[in-house]
Design a protein around this ligand. Structure first.
Ligand SMILES: Nc1ncnc2c1ncn2[C@@H]1O[C@H](COP(=O)(O)OP(=O)(O)OP(=O)(O)O)[C@@H](O)[C@H]1O
Length: 355
């Protein structure tokens, strides 16, 4: 049965240090240029906690997830895992089978991430083939246990993915990610392809699994209302650079970087449009509340610009209402500051000359 892990408070599990990733992209018919999809990104994962990565499309979230999962090589920096004895090992030095028993990924699209030719039980036990020899019956028993963990009955074992709904498929994707009993799950926008009411069920499931198994999540999302209630910490990426980091509720309730402010505004503003807003609450019986409201998503003005290699100014300056000449003359340092939130001192990291 799956491991129930004792969560050690403040136990660091992963160090992401100075990660950079450059891509060569074609610029015109004849030429190409290198862009920095990620530039000097440093983060940490703590046991039993959720770190959310937010930012507009093109900010580098998936690139970071791919580097952590060793699906891409970084151009700079390193990712390390830290064990209980606090030994730090660069992930490149960990044999792949051992590495993927510690860290697994749940993908954005439950429709394309499951092999359509395999039955559900085969999909769930597929990651085990390198480490265990199981008979067909043993495999089905294992798959049934993991199906039950994700709230599906054994009647799905012999089904093919196309016969399942999106929410059911995402549950199968989660079961497959859990079968090697990992400590860390990378959740790459696991809700974005799902209906809002199904999103709430999947969030509840992920929260329950985290409580029961002591899992650590790196959660990539566009949806700040979900991030606020689902995550402990949030890191805001803009054009490959980390611009703000802190407690999820603190950052979203009191954003300090101009980009985070614009992002929060765009997520929570209700104007000029008669539609539906859905708030997801993280209470005991998480409910989905629908409010008929007049609202319109206020997009952040302008478009994200890809970061040029060795850019020497703030990437957000051209879209920032508070930018001054200084923002175009040098890159802001990424500084740790103390912020007083709800009568307590909290740490916040921000890269802005004006904060
Ligand atoms: N294989 C690649 N070759 C060239 N450029 C790439 C490649 N993969 C990503 N990029 C570029 O890197 C930048 C970051 O992309 P990435 O997919 O990580 O962003 P994202 O924040 O995950 O976006 P989304 O939310 O749309 O998934 C973008 O400018 C993208 O065009």
């Amino acid at each position: 049965m799956p491991l129930e892990r004792l969560v050690v408070q403040n136990q660091k599990l992963m160090n992401i240090e100075g990660i950079g990733k450059n891509y060569r992209v074609s610029k015109s018919f004849f030429g190409s240029e290198e862009i920095a999809a990620l530039d000097n990104v440093s983060l940490e994962l703590f046991m039993g906690k959720t770190l959310a990565i937010v930012g507009e499309s093109g900010s580098g979230k998936t690139t970071l997830a791919k580097i952590i999962m060793r699906l891409e090589n970084s151009s700079a920096g390193s990712v390390s895992l830290i064990n209980k004895a606090k030994e730090i090992t660069n992930i490149e030095q960990i044999p792949k089978a051992q590495f993927y028993s510690k860290i697994q990924m749940v993908f954005q699209d439950p429709f394309s991430s499951l092999n359509p030719r395999k039955k559900i039980w085969q999909i769930i036990v597929a990651p085990l083939v390198n480490c265990k020899t199981l008979t067909r019956e043993e495999s089905k028993d294992v798959a049934a246990k993991y199906l039950e963990m994700v709230g599906l009955s054994a009647s799905f074992l012999d089904c093919y993915p196309h016969t399942l709904s999106g929410g059911q498929r995402q549950r199968v994707g989660i079961a497959r990610a859990l079968v090697l009993q990992p400590e860390i799950l990378i959740l790459d926008e696991p809700l974005s392809a799902l209906d809002v009411s199904i999103q709430a069920q999947i969030i509840n499931l992920l929260l329950k699994l985290q409580r029961e198994l002591g899992l650590t999540y790196l959660f990539i999302s566009h949806d700040l209302s979900v991030v606020k209630h689902f995550s402990d910490y949030v890191a805001v990426l803009y054009a490959g650079q980390l611009v703000e980091y802190g407690g999820a509720i603190d950052v979203i309730d009191n954003p300090m970087h101009p980009y985070t402010k614009a992002l929060v505004e765009s997520s929570f503003s209700f104007k000029n449009y008669r539609g539906k807003n859905v708030e997801i609450r993280n209470d005991e019986n998480m409910e989905t509340e629908r409010h008929e409201k007049k609202w319109k998503k206020q997009a952040v003005e302008g478009e994200i610009e890809v970061s040029k290699l060795r850019s020497s100014h703030c990437n957000f300056a051209s879209r920032c209402e508070s930018s001054t000449d200084a923002c175009y003359q040098r890159k802001p340092d990424y500084l740790e500051i103390n912020v007083r939130e709800n009568l307590r001192e909290r740490k916040r990291n921000i890269a802005c000359l004006h904060v």
